[in-house]
Design a protein around this ligand. Structure first.
Ligand code: HC3
Length: 401
């Protein structure tokens, strides 16, 4: 049994108890949740998009595989490798899951990885504030691999914070003109009572390829049948054969934060993945002084500095200034009838490849009513963006649809 607030600094025990009480009447909007200073993060959610590609080697690996079945497996392996980065890396670094900064409309986070795989670019943008939606695009021209997606969170409170992710990602491989629709796992927060929150994944997510393969990944936590933390169990099968055990092409068992093993239909081990030994590349981000005012680390600098000092008055003051600026902008847009123009993304009403592939997901739906539409990376916008963003045009060839 964990003791209430055992991991909370003694000066914050009262505010933690208050926070837990406030959760009982939580309205589901994560952005309105007010948390004590010690659990506030200095990182905005726009930065989280980088977790998709911290190991560019795994992201581009499918492009070098000629067999579509093995390619589908490599895409699955890459996706599974991103889970530790997405859901457990902050815990490892900071000791617990903190409350990220809520991006403002138009907020940007840009960077690139430079390693043996060449340049892998990242553009992340807050494309909607109500509801909060973050869109991203990640591309590596050398290998002809591009990922784009967007996400929002629907939260509720029942014993703990439960989060359903809305949105999806699409990975495109130029050489085979192939797309992979990736749905996002649900999660909940553990360790709340103790004061050291961490994420556990639950339910299932899918990867559906335009070449005819589907992967279903089932997640479970320590309290489940498997008994171990962050367990995953995945199967790769031809479209429509989810219920047929004899059609399973690969099975994957293990832990998304530690290691997993991949077996073929004959139960032979074909690959293993160990999160500890996989090298990560460092994302290069411009110095704050050279960033645009819309760029996340520049825009949030004063708030982040105040959080680091534990000065809650200054945090409140700086956040209010940002909010007032945003309100003034919205007012001006309404008065001139000119809605905010997104820098890199466009809302589409057309049928996308995602509409087609989502049909392979049981009860699957893009739920565009929950994300203010379907958001697509707009390479023309990126090429014509104001300096310095237009420099990205040199890295954008013809692969975008
Ligand atoms: C729920 C979450 C915010 C959303 C985070 C998302 C779903 C964002 C998209 C990324 O690709 C994946 C991802 C990872 C972690 C998710 C966060 C975990 C906790 C955070 C809550 C808003 C914080 C709850 C507050 C507290 C104090 C319990 O940490």
């Amino acid at each position: 049994m964990s003791e209430e607030g055992a991991a909370v600094p003694s000066s914050s025990k009262g505010s933690w108890t208050g926070f837990l009480k406030q959760l009982a009447s939580f309205n589901g909007d994560l952005s309105t949740m007010t948390a004590p200073a010690f659990i506030l993060s200095t990182t905005s959610l726009t930065e989280f998009s980088a977790y998709w590609a911290e190991m560019p080697r795994l992201l581009v690996a499918p492009a070098a595989e000629k067999d579509p079945q093995k390619r589908a497996l490599l895409v699955t392996k890459w996706f599974l490798s991103t889970l530790k980065q997405q859901y457990a890396s902050r815990n490892e670094k900071l000791g617990s899951e903190k409350k990220p900064l809520n991006p403002f409309l138009g907020e940007l986070f840009l960077g690139k990885w430079e390693d043996t795989e060449g340049e892998t670019h990242l553009v992340s943008e807050q494309v909607s504030h109500h509801p909060p939606v973050t869109a991203y695009s990640i591309w590596n021209e050398k290998h002809g691999v591009r990922l784009q997606g967007y996400n929002a969170q629907k939260a509720s409170f029942r014993s703990t914070i439960n989060v359903r992710q809305v949105g999806h990602a699409i990975l495109h491989i130029d050489a085979y003109d192939e797309d992979y629709l990736i749905t996002l796992p649900s999660l909940h927060i553990e360790g709340l009572i103790r004061g050291s929150p961490y994420v556990e994944l639950n339910k299932s997510s899918y990867i559906v390829s335009s070449s005819g393969y589907t992967t279903r990944i089932d997640y479970a936590g320590a309290g489940w049948v498997s008994g171990s933390k962050n367990s995953l169990s995945a199967v790769v099968f031809p479209h429509g054969k989810e219920k047929s055990k004899s059609d399973v092409l690969y099975t994957i068992e293990g832990s998304w934060s530690d290691s997993f093993t991949i077996k073929d239909a004959g139960k032979h081990v074909v690959d293993r993945y160990d999160a500890k030994s996989e090298p990560k590349s460092v994302l290069k981000v411009a110095d704050i002084a050279n960033q645009d005012p819309l760029e996340s680390r520049r825009a949030w600098k004063k708030v982040a500095d105040a959080i680091l000092k534990g000065d809650m008055n200054a945090v409140g003051h700086e956040k209010t200034l940002l909010e007032e600026q945003q309100r003034a902008l919205r007012k001006q847009e309404a008065a001139t009838n000119q809605p905010w123009e997104r820098t890199f993304f466009t809302k589409t009403n057309n049928i996308t490849i995602a509409d087609k592939l989502i049909r392979e997901v049981p009860h699957g739906s893009l739920e565009q009513d929950q994300t203010g539409g379907v958001w697509l990376f707009d390479s023309a916008k990126a090429s014509n963006a104001k300096p310095p963003y237009n420099a990205l045009s040199e890295t954008l060839k013809d692969g975008w649809k």
